[in-house]
Design a protein around this ligand. Structure first.
Ligand code: HAM
Length: 423
């Protein structure tokens, strides 16, 4: 019996993996420009970390975590997202004590959620995310949003919609929370089980319910924006004015609540509005999480970040018909005729590669014609043809595949000839 790949995961094969590398390189380059440094944290963490940060009323914690007990009887969880681990590391490694503040970090790596797989929703997916810790300047909020937009735009995406909201500070949220409870309580029996259990714990999440989204009380629910205190309102206005100054278009949506518990103040999502993108249009989500560092045991430190998945980014590229400029050429293919020439090609190929040139040869004893076919398939820029006869005369025949020109080159000059002509 053969063994299949687990549901909601995928193999990324050559031909496809180049797109991933291109996207990852682009993200890294944008981070370099914005001065964010890479951090790599473990794939699994203590389960408590996610209970304390993501929040126990969230879908992630209630039904999506891959949690297991290890041989030492510890409860561990495959990370469902990246923020918690970055904050844990920030506290544990005392990054707050380093001279360069705020601490600006990024990560690229697999995350795991036990979700129902469908287009754009996987059980293992790769997030690229950034976290800026240590500043409560609204300019950092704008910077983080601009960074996310820049990654998409650098890849050629155009059909993007940025939606922002403010969830306010603690006081604003408490006032809003009370208003929501008052609003929903009289008719909570008409809502789904999730909403009922959220009423007391986290009523804001009711606004995010897909099942009850058409209920009349949803449309008339009190908006968080009416409950922002002066400080929160001024903060939100400043973020918006920076975005406008950057020329980044956005929509304010008071219904944007996000599905993780640690957010306050700025929350945002970037969607694709490309035709045919499919049901799940959110490409990227993030927001501010002042207070999270303290909750994890660190000093009072504000923070903001976002994460996007490469899977959804690829879907957005496909929906907009964007082809990434992928370089698939090989520099030089060596065709050998005869046994001695074959051995010489093995040696020349090693020299080419040591000299920084990409090269390939045949390893399956193919006929000359088939070797040329291979060179073609690899889009070789040069083909070096060596027969026993040429070998005796100490030359190799080099064909430039872009011009069709051929030249006999002395074997000892071959490597430098290829190097010079490639540039
Ligand atoms: P999130 O909204 O849960 O936020 O996920 C962020 C992004 O990850 C989504 O917008 C989507 O692109 C992608 N994503 C989530 N689940 C899946 C899935 N099952 N399959 C494919 N892609 C998925 C967070 O994770 C926060 N940690 C973001 C953040 C960072 N907030 C502050 N800093």
């Amino acid at each position: 019996m053969s063994i299949n790949i687990p549901r909601g995961t995928q193999d990324i094969l050559p031909g496809e993996v180049e797109k991933w590398q291109y996207i990852e390189n682009t993200a890294r380059d944008v981070c370099r420009r914005f001065n964010y440094k890479e951090i790599r944290t473990p794939i699994f963490e203590h389960t408590d970390l996610f209970l304390r940060s993501v929040g126990d009323t969230t879908d992630i914690v209630q039904k999506e975590m891959y949690t297991f007990t290890d041989r030492g009887d510890r409860s561990l969880t495959l990370r469902p997202e990246g923020t918690a681990a970055v904050v844990r590391s920030f506290v544990e490694q005392k990054l707050f004590g380093l001279p360069a503040q705020p601490t600006k970090l990024y990560y690229i790596g697999p995350m795991f959620r036990y979700e129902r797989p469908q287009a754009g929703r996987f059980r293992q997916f790769v997030q690229f995310g950034v976290e800026a810790l240590g500043s409560k300047d609204p300019a950092i909020d704008a910077e983080v949003i601009a960074l996310a937009m820049e990654v998409y735009q650098a890849l050629g995406l155009k059909k993007l919609k940025l939606v922002i909201n403010s969830l306010g500070d603690k006081d604003s949220r408490t006032a809003h929370r009370e208003a929501l409870i008052k609003h929903f309580s009289p008719k909570i029996e008409e809502f789904c089980g999730d909403c009922k259990s959220r009423l007391d714990k986290n009523p804001m999440r009711i606004l995010d319910c897909k099942k009850d989204r058409d209920h009349e009380l949803m449309k008339t629910a009190p908006s968080i924006l009416s409950y922002l205190n002066d400080e929160s309102r001024t903060y939100f206005e400043k973020v918006q004015s920076y975005l406008s100054d950057f020329g980044i278009e956005f929509e304010v949506d008071p219904g944007l609540v996000r599905g993780l518990d640690y957010y306050n103040h700025t929350a945002f999502e970037i969607m694709s509005n490309a035709e045919g993108f499919g049901a799940i249009t959110t490409l990227c989500g993030g927001g501010r999480y002042n207070g999270l560092v303290e909750d994890i045991g660190g000093p009072d430190t504000p923070g903001i970040g976002f994460a996007l998945s490469i899977e959804r980014l690829l879907a957005a590229l496909a929906a907009e018909g964007i082809k990434l400029p992928l370089e698939e050429k090989i520099d030089c293919y060596l065709v050998a005729l005869g046994e001695n020439a074959g051995d010489k090609c093995v040696s020349l190929l090693q020299q080419l590669r040591k000299a920084g040139v990409s090269g390939e040869k045949d390893y399956l004893d193919r006929k000359v014609k088939a070797q040329f076919k291979s060179a073609d398939r690899l889009s070789a820029r040069f083909v070096g043809v060596l027969g026993d006869d040429e070998l005796e005369r100490n030359v190799i025949n080099v064909k430039d595949m872009t011009t069709g020109e051929q030249e006999e080159v002395i074997i000892t000059d071959f490597i430098s000839y290829i190097k010079e002509n490639l540039s």
